[in-house]
Design a protein around this ligand. Structure first.
Ligand SMILES: *Cc1c(COP(=O)(O)O)cnc(C)c1O
Length: 358
């Protein structure tokens, strides 16, 4: 899974993040001229035939790659994952109903805060006491919850769910930083949402997959723009959708399909993550920040220098080798290498070589 890259840096940014070189090339060509139409993708109407076929193909690829059936709506909305924190609650939760939460990081905590505006929250398990350094296990999900919310991958803390909570309630998942990185058992999920800028495209569009039969059960009146049913009925063109980000998402989904689909992505991601974690575990100069192997993310690899005094020097060495944006989030410190789908194996090899020689 290599890609020729005209750019000189290897982009380890947590988001907005790396995209395949071929996607960047095609995206820039479409700005100049969309498929020989004589028009730029930036200036076509969202009601044009050209954009209509973009939307149709993008939705079809989401459905094909994640095996999404007709019982789900597939939406391309704006407002980011942060808007979905309250949108999900507004559409699913009555004031006297309870949503369960697995509190596994800063993004979960924000989702909890917003959900409390609309209904009750039960935090089933949390890893907050240890600075979110693991995915909780051994908890029991109580009965009677309207849904259970999980953040499948914790972008900041470098942890990821490998097993889903055992519950008969539908899961609502923030998959912003690991969507399309591995197969998921879709039947368990009522809603999946993901801001595009980690694993799917540029900032500006949020993919939402929502089970239609869960909608219409809240008593409150919803503004049209904040009602999933309105967007389902309007095929994501109730208002002007983010045309260009959706187009780049389409290019990225085509690329995923060409690479062999989501199972191929998972193999590619496992291989890259193993290379990096093996070096962190082998090299006495480094230490992972996640408490156990089970919780480690395949997408965001967090680590520190064993001797803190080495930190600036390692950063310099990595940057000299072209590794960009590996500084960790301020709440964890050290380093974070984000190695999303689009990160080639060679990119991780470059970073690991810097670690070996350090
Ligand atoms: C980046 C991120 C968000 C925030 O996304 P916005 O699009 O900026 O609202 C939420 N959840 C997770 C898991 C993220 O990685």
């Amino acid at each position: 899974m290599t890609s020729t890259n005209v750019l000189k840096k290897i982009n380890f940014s947590a988001g907005p993040a790396i995209l395949p070189a071929s996607v960047l090339q095609q995206a820039s060509e479409a700005v100049a001229d969309l498929d020989g139409s004589g028009l730029s993708i930036l200036e076509i109407s969202h009601r044009s035939d050209a954009f209509d076929s973009v939307l149709i193909e993008t939705e079809a690829l989401v459905r094909e790659l994640m095996q999404v059936g007709d019982e789900y709506g597939v939406l391309f909305l704006s407002g980011g994952a942060s808007t979905q924190f309250f949108y999900t609650a507004m559409n699913l939760l009555n004031p006297d109903e309870t949503a369960g939460f697995l509190d596994t990081g800063a993004w979960s905590a924000k989702a909890i805060k917003e959900t409390k505006l609309f209904g009750k929250v039960n935090v089933i398990a949390s890893s907050k006491d240890t600075n979110y350094d693991h995915i909780p296990t051994g908890y029991t999900v109580p009965e009677g919850l309207k849904y259970v919310h999980v953040t499948s991958n914790n972008t900041i803390f470098g942890t990821q769910f490998k097993e889903w909570p055992e519950t008969t309630a539908p899961l609502v998942a923030d998959m912003s930083s690991d969507i399309f990185s591995r197969p998921v058992p879709l039947k368990k999920f009522g809603i999946i949402y993901a801001g595009a800028q980690k694993n799917l495209g540029p900032a500006g569009v949020t993919l939402v997959i929502v089970r239609k039969d869960l909608l219409g059960t809240v008593k409150r009146d919803l503004p049209s723009m904040l009602d999933y049913r309105v967007h389902i009925a309007g095929g994501s063109t109730f208002n002007t959708p983010p045309v260009y980000p959706i187009y780049v998402m389409l290019l990225t989904l085509r690329w995923i399909k060409e690479q062999g689909g989501v199972p191929a992505m998972e193999r590619h991601n496992e291989r890259k993550a193993k290379l990096l974690y093996d070096e962190i575990d082998r090299n006495p100069k480094f230490r992972g920040t996640v408490a156990n192997a089970f919780s480690r993310s395949l997408m965001n690899v967090t680590f520190v220098c064993t001797d803190e005094a080495d930190t600036p020097r390692f950063l310099e060495a990595a940057e000299a080798a072209g590794c960009d944006a590996i500084t960790g989030h301020r709440s964890v410190g050290g380093f974070r290498a984000s190695i999303y789908n689009s990160m080639p194996y060679e990119g991780v090899e470059t970073l690991v070589n810097v670690m070996r020689e350090f």
